[in-house]
Design a protein around this ligand. Structure first.
Ligand code: PLP
Length: 417
């Protein structure tokens, strides 16, 4: 076969895809003089009208600094900002005290590494990761481990791109002081059995952080049922703005932790003799926050809720199946990450061309994908590839996007094979 295949993705549930697409103005933006097929959602998603309007509306009608003034605009800003915390807490089925605002997943993980883990680490202790972690869920642990003479270890990944659970289990030991797991791999798409892994770690008294960066926009997340000690995510991968994210943490942990950054808002009293800390979660939020980021994220999460996470997941699963079939028909193309339980992410290599060259050809045809190591260098080593091409889907993608991708990949073959 050397032609794009024809697929009709009939929605299984009421799902007005055309209306959803119309809600994302950037999807109408011509690129390279043609139609955009945006398949780089693992890096960041596009933003719906309602999120754009919430950001614009904040700066037009509410902008002032929060928490520290009595004037009307400051009250509006504070009400909107703290209201956003309630809306975000409701999405995660958590309490507002458990929702710490951060710059994103990366900062949330660093906060836990420095503020929670480092004071508890002794020489010889271990932090157990998996072989499919993003650098953001590796390097912060390495930094604190180095300061304490502790060690980061990782469970191996199988050929299909799953955590080798037996090996992971065998690595849990009295030395393990922290477990950190990605819920959905940004490179392989694998959905890890985090609930099961959390239960197993907890049975040994080990706290667990879940990296939910690639999960919250694609599957139902209930952090309290999951029983994660910490859950980190970024707004921009879930239809919200960049530079904002959330750390969910169990209240008892936050109460016991000392602040990791000092400044305004995180204090109760300050004197030159010493300072005392604000209540949780504020004691972890030093300085003027990203006010519009919080409002935009709350709006984005409500956008997800309104569409229905199950309907989103079903739609994306159909895209994954269709994309896998389309790409599977291309000679010399190998998909990396074939776990049965996968999110809508397809990473691949081709025998005829380097991922960078493939990405360049795709770009000429208006197909936006990511090429490189995707901040998962250990996975590249595991699969013995320098890089992959990654197509990652979101709610607004459709068969036309996949056909555009497939057509362009046939062109790659014609040019390079
Ligand atoms: N974890 C995973 C699985 C990711 O995919 C990413 C971003 O690509 C991150 C962490 C880091 O997210 P951020 O750069 O928004 O902090």
């Amino acid at each position: 076969m050397n032609q794009p295949q024809r697929f009709i993705t009939a929605p299984a549930v009421a799902f007005d895809l055309a209306a959803i697409q119309a809600d994302f103005p950037i999807l109408r933006e011509p690129v390279r003089g043609g139609r955009l097929a945006y398949l780089d959602n693992g890096a960041t998603t596009q933003k719906p009208e309602v999120v754009l309007q919430s950001l614009d509306g904040y700066y037009r009608h509410q902008n002032a600094n929060v928490h520290r003034a009595v004037h009307d605009l400051a009250e509006r800003a504070t009400t909107a900002y703290e209201g956003a915390r309630d809306r975000i807490a409701a999405f995660f089925k958590a309490t507002r005290e458990e929702i710490v605002f951060t710059r994103g997943t990366t900062e949330a993980i660093n906060l836990v590494a420095y503020s929670f883990l480092e004071p508890r680490l002794q020489p010889g202790d271990e932090i157990l990761l998996t072989g499919m972690e993003h650098h953001s869920n590796i390097v912060p642990w390495q930094l604190v481990a180095a300061r304490r003479g502790a060690k980061v270890i990782a469970a191996p990944v199988t050929d299909s791109g799953e955590v080798d659970l037996a090996a992971w289990r065998a690595l849990l030991s009295p030395r393990t002081k922290m477990v950190a797991i990605v819920q959905v791999s940004n490179t392989l798409g694998t959905i890890n059995p985090v609930a099961e892994m959390i239960a197993e770690a907890h049975a040994r008294g080990i706290p667990v952080l879940v990296d939910g960066a690639q999960a919250i926009a694609h599957l139902a997340v209930d952090v309290t049922t999951l029983d994660a000690d910490f859950y980190a995510c970024s707004a921009h991968k879930a239809y919200g703005p960049t530079g904002f994210g959330v750390l969910y943490a169990k209240r008892e942990h936050l109460e016991a932790m000392t602040p990791w950054q000092g400044g305004g808002d995180m204090i109760r009293t300050v004197s030159f003799e010493g300072s005392t800390w604000n209540d949780v979660p504020y004691k972890f939020e030093a300085g003027t926050p990203d006010i519009s980021g919080a409002i935009g994220f709350a709006t984005a999460l409500e956008f997800i809720t309104r569409l229905g996470i199950d309907a989103i997941a079903a739609h994306e699963h159909r895209l994954l199946e269709e994309g896998t079939r389309r790409l599977g028909g291309i000679e010399g193309l190998r998909i990396i990450g074939t776990a049965p339980h996968k999110g809508a992410i397809i990473s691949f290599v081709m025998d005829c061309a380097h991922p960078q060259d493939i990405g360049t050809i795709l770009d000429q045809d208006g197909v936006a994908v990511r090429t490189g190591h995707h901040c998962t260098m250990p996975l590249m080593q595991r699969f013995n590839v320098p890089a992959t091409v990654r197509a990652s889907m979101a709610v607004y993608n459709d068969s036309t996007d996949l056909e555009q991708l497939e057509r362009s990949l046939y062109k790659v073959r014609r040019l390079f094979a």
